[in-house]
Design a protein around this ligand. Structure first.
Ligand code: ADP
Ligand code: MG
Ligand code: ZN
Length: 441
């Protein structure tokens, strides 16, 4: 009988956070689709003597991400230089974090195959900077430094994944968290969010981690990631079964051939010679700020948002989930606030948004308020209809009417209630009260 193997997988996710300026200079962070090399300065071009300074907004966004993933924010944190040579990195080193990351030790629950829930430990969420972008055309390579120095957060998990459903769920949850926190659009096609997986397999029952791992790099969709990891698990098991020894290496994904291919073996692995960045001060983290960010992070978490909508507006869980997924929940909240006491229930507003009866993507809430009020006045009762309804209610409730005549004030409320019910809430309660009083004088 052949040996059974279990996959061991750890993920590294990079996300570009959207800030006004780049991580260590004053260049605009809004570089996507812009003329090459127009968003640059001596700092992000890596010119000699240029001095970096730290972007506070980026640091706060990194902390928010860490807090949303249940990490602890360090008391203090320090940038380090990760040294390597590549043309997209003009300085010859990337400013990153290594021994003193900003956020450490988090966790997240994921759903895997057969709906099984498990906990993935987050090792760290640290701050670094993006590199320039290389484009290869007709045997030449072009460099665009607009992306150089854009704030980049790296989130590293422990090797806790055991199947690709968990990976898909994790990546989706992360994307939702980034969007809810407002720290990134996390658009994989634009490279806002990038995934790397480390994969090994071990015999069932083995406790120690395998002494090798294969790193899958440059994968730009959830679907390719899942396919590449599935392929790699199979490839590694087959290799071990045929007696091969596996080594540490980096592989890429060939979508056309539907297979992974070797990019770099361990012999060529980098030694980054990390050392503290001498041009930047260490970060001392303000605990009150952490507390504030913690609350914001919690409020943006998908489940917390659902709970809050349900509790605040009395709408169904399902409606809340749908609106959050659509991104229509801020519109809903604004609209409900503006509608105020018009008697249109929050659930009806939610249903109208979900069923596209309200065009929340193209209209402003003010437009919609006008529309709904106009509709409501059209469906209001004519005074003839109201009088007829009141006559019927009095006829159907002789005893209550008699009670009111005999001086029982709360009998009036019962009659008004009956009128509202009969008219499906379209009657004006005040007007109804006047008419009832008149009739029972
Ligand atoms: P590096 O600095 O080389 O990227 P890390 O220690 O940061 O190395 O680990 C990178 C990723 O590899 C982490 O997500 C970790 O969980 C994962 N990993 C470590 N060992 C293994 C293993 N044996 N199999 C699969 N993944 C692993
Ligand atoms: Mg790493
Ligand atoms: Zn710059």
């Amino acid at each position: 009988m052949s040996q059974q193997y279990n996959p061991v997988i750890g993920l590294e996710v990079h996300v570009e956070t959207n800030t006004k300026t780049k991580m260590f200079c004053a260049c605009s962070d809004d570089y996507f689709g812009k003329e090459p090399n127009t968003h640059t300065c001596p700092v992000c071009l890596g010119l000699p003597g240029a001095l970096p300074f730290t972007n506070e907004e980026a640091i706060e966004k990194c902390m928010k991400i860490g807090l949303a993933l249940n990490c602890k924010v360090a008391e203090s944190s320090l940038f380090e230089r990760k040294n390597y040579f590549y043309p997209d990195l003009a300085k010859g080193y990337q400013i990153s974090q290594y021994r003193w990351p900003l956020c450490v030790g988090g966790s997240i629950e994921v759903t895997g195959k057969n709906g099984k829930k498990s906990t993935i430990r987050i090792n760290r969420a640290h701050q670094e900077e993006d590199t320039g972008k290389l484009t290869h055309v007709e045997g030449r390579t072009l460099i665009d430094f607009n992306r150089s120095g854009v704030p980049l957060v790296e989130i590293v998990t422990e090797p806790d994944f055991t199947d690709t459903e968990q990976i898909r769920d994790y990546a989706k949850q992360l994307r939702e968290i980034f969007r809810n926190l407002g720290v990134s659009n996390a658009d994989m096609e634009k490279g806002d969010m990038r995934l790397e997986a480390n994969i090994s397999v071990r015999p069932v029952g083995q406790k120690e981690l395998p002494n090798y791992r294969v790193e899958l790099k440059n994968i730009n969709s959830f679907r390719f990631m899942v396919a590449a990891v599935e392929f790699e698990i199979k490839r590694q098991i087959e290799a071990l079964e045929s007696g091969e020894t596996l080594h540490q290496e980096t592989r890429g994904w060939n979508e056309a051939k539907h297979e992974t291919y070797l990019q770099r073996s361990k012999e060529e692995a980098n030694d980054y010679r990390y050392f503290p960045e001498p041009d930047l001060p260490s970060l001392a983290v303000d605990r009150d700020l952490v507390k504030k960010l913690q609350e914001e992070a919690r409020a943006a978490l998908p489940q917390t948002k659902v709970d809050n909508l349900v509790k605040t507006y009395g709408i169904s869980q399902e409606s809340a989930v749908t609106m959050i997924r659509q991104g229509s929940d801020p519109f809903f909240e604004e609209l409900v606030a503006k509608l105020g006491q018009t008697g249109i229930s929050s659930q009806i507003v939610a249903s109208m948004i979900i069923n596209k009866k309200i065009d929340w993507q193209d209209l402003s809430t003010d437009d919609v308020v006008k529309q709904l009020k106009a509709q409501a006045s059209q469906t209001a009762l004519s005074s003839d209809q109201l009088e007829k309804a009141i006559d019927e209610v009095i006829a159907d409730n002789e005893k209550t009417a008699a009670d009111y005549k005999a001086g029982k004030e709360n009998a009036l409320q019962a009659l008004i209630g009956a009128v509202m019910k009969k008219t499906s809430g379209r009657a004006d309660a005040k007007q109804a009260a006047e008419i009832i009083k008149e009739k029972l004088k």
